[in-house]
Design a binder for this molecule. Structure first.
Ligand code: XBP
Ligand code: MG
Length: 251
């Protein structure tokens, strides 16, 4: 039997994965930004859950304003409101009000100790992603960071993952992605990367067909660490049966 590929790097999504940012972080920042621009728009947590199907805050605002009848003004207004939202969210991060998901920092330490490289692939904006990652992971722990500023097409397009793979200079079969959502799983899968999904309240009912593993937490039933990720990665490739170098079509 052909050897399974080694696990050389882990690429982490940010929102919902590194931190549970959406309900307590992004949502109030969007609502405060609507207020700052004099708009009578407040997204409820349920409404926001539906809007998460649209990746990228600017696109999310524009789609909602169009649905509310803002017509041609929606795009320009969305750009302005999103700039305010980005600054408000960045301020919250710098003030230290966003925390990692339980078990995340232990997993990262275990990967570092084991020599597994770490990267970030997100559709969020660099202005807040960079301070968040520096605060939670520490400076330099993530070798490369691809944000929504770096790619023309956001997830579920694979562009962010493809860019991270290029920057790491590794093959997709040597990497595992950690995601929280169906959109993220689709992006990583389309880049040929096996994916562990750790769901949140917002994503637990989504369709995760094609994931290597789906769980609701980093800590239970057993904490994820370098050894368990190596095991998951190896089992995925044994199951998939695609030798390194072959055309990889993830099922
Ligand atoms: C999540 C997103 C982001 C955030 C908002 O992406 O879709 O748009 O909700 O961030 P991921 P911005 O899980 O890939 O990080 O307002 O900066 O777009
Ligand atoms: Mg996410």
């Amino acid at each position: 039997m052909l050897p399974t590929p080694d696990l050389l790097a882990v690429i982490f999504d940010v929102d919902g994965t590194i931190a549970d940012t959406e309900r307590e972080g992004h949502l109030p920042a969007f609502n405060d930004a609507f207020l700052a621009h004099g708009l009578d728009v407040t997204w409820s947590p349920q409404e926001y859950g539906r809007l998460l199907r649209i990746t990228g805050g600017r696109h999310r605002i524009a789609a909602d304003l169009r649905a509310r009848g803002f017509g041609d003004r929606a795009g320009e207004l969305a750009t302005e409101i999103h700039e305010t939202k980005t600054e408000l969210f960045r301020t919250r991060i710098v003030a230290g009000s966003v925390w990692p998901r339980p078990g995340l920092t232990d997993l990262v330490s275990s990967l570092v100790d084991d020599g597994i490289r770490i990267a970030i692939a997100t559709t969020g904006r660099a202005a807040w992603v960079e301070p968040l990652i520096a605060r939670i992971l520490g400076n330099g722990v993530a070798e490369t960071m691809v944000t929504g500023d770096d790619v023309a097409r956001l997830k579920p397009d694979p562009a962010a993952y493809q860019r991270a793979l290029e920057q790491l200079d590794v093959r997709p079969e040597n990497v595992l992605a950690i995601e929280d959502s169906e959109i993220g799983l689709r992006a990583a899968t389309a880049a040929g990367v096996a994916t562990v999904v750790v769901t949140t309240d917002y994503t637990e009912d989504q369709d995760f067909v094609g994931a290597a593993v789906v769980r609701g937490s980093f800590v239970s039933p057993q904490p994820l660490d370098a050894a368990s990720l190596r095991r998951i990665h190896r089992q995925w490739w044994l199951r998939c049966g695609h030798p390194p170098g072959s055309h990889h079509e993830l099922r």
